[in-house]
Design a protein around this ligand. Sequence first.
Ligand code: ATP
Ligand code: MG
Length: 427
Amino acid sequence: MSTLKAVRGTRDLLPPETELWNFVEETARRVFARYNFGEIRTPIFEDTGLFARGVGEETDIVSKEMYTWEDRARAQSEKSQSLTLRPENTAGVVRAYIEHKLGETGLLQKLYYIGPQFRRERPQKGRYRQFYQIGAEVIGPPSAGSESPLRDAEVLEMLATLLDELGIQGWKLVINSVGSSSDRPRYIAALREALRDKAPLMCVDCQRRAETNPLRVLDCKVPEDQPIIETLPKIADYLDEDSKAHFAAVCAALDACGVRYDVDPRLVRGLDYYTRTTFEFTHGGLGAQNALLGGGRYDGLSEALGGPKAPGIGFAMGEDRLILTLQAQAAQQSAPADAYLAPLGEAQNAAALGLARELRRAGLRIELGDGGFRLKKSFEIGNKLARKIILLGEDELKSGILTVKDFASGEQVKVAWAELATALRSR
Ligand code: ATP
Ligand code: MG
């Protein structure tokens, strides 16, 4: 009998890795609590119509990634119903907001969730068919201030704090405004106009998008299409005064609290319901799947789902990608240093510090020894901490030629001072 395995794109999380998952979730809960968010848990499957209306028929998610099935009626009194495993959680949260009349409190609802989502995508590093998101939404009637740019900036500042507390190093925030529902038609008209000549030169997906949903063309990742996309009209030029002022206020509030960001006029994101502010936090260590999280404002979503006017802003972070980033960082930190620099005599200490500074500034990880150590001791410590040892004595200082020994191969070479950084980088 063949053995059964976890389904493609799904996986088991085992100890000790689950400790890291718990750390991430506990840190998120702690940070959310400080911003006075409360937890919401919505069902894992919903009526298919919720996602068709709430995410958008023309999105990749709805058009090709959903797990949908026909749930058969079990009794005369029941009807069969099309159900879908949730591919994201914002639509579910807004459905719950409407269903439980949370808007009638007159207050902002600040809700967070943690849980699995399902999309039928091609599995690869950082992309799974069952993956986990940590997300939050701020939503409420306009009288509660739900449209205020301060809410956008507060959510972004919270995310910067959360990523820092998780210990994610080197994240980047990119933001954009995709305009209000009245700016969008003008921009889309201009985009359609520009695409009339250009779309035939683009990939087949873009040719289709140019007809069905031109905004999605900006999302295209095909390298050959990028120069064409550069020439398309920019949404920033189509924002009305209100949208411009809203975006400027978000940026000003971020500046005031010291959260750094870049504006990317092409950032439109994958879901149809976004208005005004959209954003992504990325991380270079993730390769092609570089988005740690994405989000934005969705002022018309509640109404699109048959609810009251309830502007909102939210985000979803890929927990799997947070974990991958933390694991990669930990692996890098526990790996041996590039070199152990051994001054041969205390007279060489000051020069050694200068050389270490130079190498570290060139991006290398250097452990600096001490000229007071005997050579044997330097070799012993160096072997524990680094892949190579650099000897810096009086002769080396005079000649500018250093001795470098590789601990693993035992090979010893002479390297000119100016070539040292390059030599250490090559393994
Ligand atoms: P991508 O461009 O990477 O496909 P997306 O625009 O589809 O992302 P969203 O729907 O905004 O992503 O989801 C928010 C976050 O959830 C993403 O930034 C990512 O970190 C994570 N995510 C999305 N799809 C997957 C997946 N299949 N596997 C793992 N994480 C995912
Ligand atoms: Mg996607």
